[in-house]
Design a protein around this ligand. Structure first.
Ligand SMILES: Nc1ncnc2c1ncn2[C@@H]1O[C@H](COP(=O)(O)OP(=O)(O)OP(=O)(O)O)[C@@H](O)[C@H]1O
Ligand SMILES: CC(C)(CO)[C@@H](O)C(=O)NCCC(=O)O
Length: 435
C-alpha cells in the first residue's frame, strides 16, 4: 500500500492533510500523541462549549468521547492519569478539558487495534504526533486506521507544551523544600517569568535544553553527546538494569523495590575506603565513591537483597543525570533547571536526589524545579501546533488579501480554502532548536 491513500481499501482515501488547505479548525476529535521510546502519551481535548449542531455529533465521535471519559484503563496497559486532568482550558478559541492517557509503546499494535474497534478509522481525522514513534509507526497508522500522522518535532513540541501548561496551570511548577529529610515538602514555584531556564527531559534517554525566550531553545546536550558529558543513561537504563538485576517486571515494581532498599549495601562509600571522610578534599564519608563498588565481594553479593539493588540502580542513574545537568547549567550560566519526563512519575526518591544534588554540589546556586504533568508536555505541544498552524495560515491569508485588495484590514474573516488539494504535507520548518 502506498501512503498517499490510493490503495483499494474499504474506506475512501482521505484527502492529504495540510494546514495550508485547512483554514477551519480541524475536525474533532483533537488529539496530540507523543510516541516515545518507552511510553506513548496521548492528550485528548474534550470540548465543553459545544454548539447545538455539534451536540448532534456523529455517533462514532460520541462513543469515543464516552469511552475515553468513562474509563481509567484501556485494555490491559493503557491508563488515564485522572489526577492530571485539566478543565476549562482554552485552545483555538474552544473551551474544554484535557485528558491525559499513557500506554507502553511496545503495545502500539494493540492500541491501534483498540482505536480501530472504536471506529477511529471511519473518522476523517488527522492526529498530530511527535516522538520517534511518529516516524516509526506512521505506516501502521495509515494502513490500519487510514489516519495520517501530522508530525511535529519532539523538542519543539516539548517546549510549547511546557509554556502552555505553565501559563494555564498556576500550580504546575514546584520545588522540594528540605529534600534530604523525610518531611521534604512540595512548594509551588512562580514560573511566570521563566527565561532563561534549562530543561532536563528524562525519558528513555535524556535531552538537555537551554530555553532563552518563548519558543527559543537549543539542545545543549543529552546524556550522550560530543561535549564530554558522555553517559548514555536515562529512564530506560534504570528500568532495563533493574529488570536485569532484580527480575522486576514494571517501572512501578522497580520503584516499589527501590523504596524498600538500601543502596549503601551495594555502593562503596568514601567511608568504606577512608574509614571516615576525606577531609583534605572535603569529601564526606557518606558520599558514594563507587556505585555498585561493594558487589565485587562474593559475600556481599550473597547477602544483597533485590530491594538494595533496585535502590542502588535508581540512585546511580539519578545522581549521574544530576551531575550532567549541573555541569550543563553551570556551563550555560543558568540557575533554574526544570526536570521532567516520566522517569520522575511517582518517583519522589529521584526528585529528592536531584534537588539535593543540584543544591549541594552547586553550593545553593542551582535550583531543581519539577512540573506536575511530568511526561505529557510533548503531546500537549503537539496538539497546540495544529491550532497555531491554522492561525498562522489565517494571518498569512489576511495579509495576502490586504495586499491584493488594497484593503486596510480584513480581521476576523476566515478566507475560503484554496480549491486545490495538493502535495504531501510538509513537516513544519524547524523554527529553532537545532541539535
Ligand atoms: N508505566 C511505565 N512503563 C515504562 N516506563 C515508565 C513507566 N512509568 C514511568 N516510566 C519511566 O519513564 C521513562 C519514559 O519516560 P518518557 O515517557 O518521558 O520517555 P519516552 O518518550 O518514552 O522516551 P524518549 O523521549 O527517550 O523517546 C521510562 O524509561 C521509565 O524509566
Ligand atoms: C533520542 C531521544 C531524543 C528520543 O526522545 C532521547 O531519547 C534522547 O535525547 N536520548 C539521549 C541521546 C543523547 O544522549 O544525546
Amino acid at each position: 500500500m502506498s501512503c498517499n491513500g490510493n490503495s483499494n481499501h474499504e474506506h475512501p482515501p482521505l484527502p492529504e492533510w495540510n494546514s495550508l488547505n485547512y483554514p477551519e479548525l480541524p475536525p474533532m476529535p483533537w488529539f496530540g500523541l507523543d510516541i516515545g521510546g518507552s511510553l506513548a502519551k496521548l492528550v485528548y481535548f474534550e470540548p465543553t462549549d459545544n454548539t447545538e449542531s455539534e451536540e448532534t455529533e456523529v455517533e462514532t465521535l460520541k462513543n469515543i468521547r464516552k469511552y475515553l471519559k468513562n474509563n481509567r484503563s484501556y485494555g490491559d496497559t493503557g491508563h488515564r492519569d485522572v489526577h492530571l486532568q485539566m478543565d476549562s482550558v482554552l485552545i483555538g478559541g474552544r473551551k474544554g478539558s484535557l485528558h491525559f492517557i499513557r500506554f507502553p509503546t511496545s503495545e502500539m499494535a494493540l492500541f491501534i487495534e483498540l482505536a480501530k474497534s472504536k471506529g477511529m478509522a471511519t473518522l476523517a481525522s488527522t492526529v498530530c504526533a511527535t516522538g520517534g514513534g511518529a516516524y516509526k509507526f506512521e505506516k501502521q497508522f495509515f494502513k490500519e486506521l487510514h489516519m495520517r500522522l501530522h508530525k511535529f518535532d519532539e523538542l519543539e513540541s516539548l517546549i510549547r507544551g511546557i509554556e502552555f501548561m505553565e501559563a494555564n496551570s498556576p500550580t504546575e511548577c514546584y520545588y522540594l523544600e528540605n529534600p534530604k529529610s523525610d518531611t521534604a515538602e512540595k512548594i509551588c514555584y512562580d514560573f511566570s517569568d521563566p527565561y532563561p531556564f534549562m530543561v532536563v527531559n528524562i525519558g528513555s534517554g535524556v535531552s538537555i535544553l537551554k530555553v532563552t525566550a518563548p519558543g527559543e531553545f537549543t539542545r545543549v546536550s543529552g546524556t550522550r553527546c560530543d561535549c564530554n558529558y558522555l553517559a548514555d543513561l536515562g529512564g530506560g537504563t534504570f528500568l532495563g538494569l533493574c529488570c536485569l538485576l532484580t527480575g522486576c517486571a514494571s517501572f512501578e515494581e522497580a520503584l516499589e523495590l527501590a523504596s524498600q532498599g538500601d543502596s549503601t549495601k551495594v555502593d562503596k562509600l568514601v567511608k568504606d575506603i577512608y574509614g571516615g571522610g576525606y577531609e583534605k578534599f572535603n569529601l564526606d564519608g557518606n558520599l558514594v565513591a563507587a556505585s555498585f563498588g561493594q558487589m565485587i565481594s562474593t559475600d556481599r553479593r550473597a547477602k544483597v537483597k533485590r530491594e538494595d539493588l533496585a535502590r542502588a540502580t535508581l540512585v546511580t542513574i539519578t545522581n549521574n543525570i544530576a551531575s550532567i545537568a549541573r555541569m550543563c547549567a553551570l556551563n550555560e550560566k543558568i540557575s533554574r533547571v526544570v526536570f521532567l519526563g516520566n522517569f520522575l512519575r511517582s518517583n519522589m526518591i529521584s526528585q529528592k536526589l536531584l534537588s539535593y544534588g543540584m543544591e549541594y554540589w552547586s553550593k545553593g546556586a542551582l535550583r531543581a524545579l519539577f512540573l506536575e504533568h511530568e511526561g505529557y508536555f510533548g503531546c500537549v505541544g503537539c496538539l497546540l501546533e495544529l491550532i497555531t498552524q491554522r492561525e498562522d495560515y489565517i494571518l498569512q491569508e489576511n495579509l495576502k488579501n490586504n495586499l491584493l485588495n488594497g484593503a486596510a484590514t480584513v480581521n476576523g474573516t476566515t478566507p475560503p480554502p484554496p480549491t486545490e488539494v495538493s502535495g504531501t504535507p510538509n513537516p513544519p520548518e524547524m523554527r529553532n532548536g537545532s541539535s
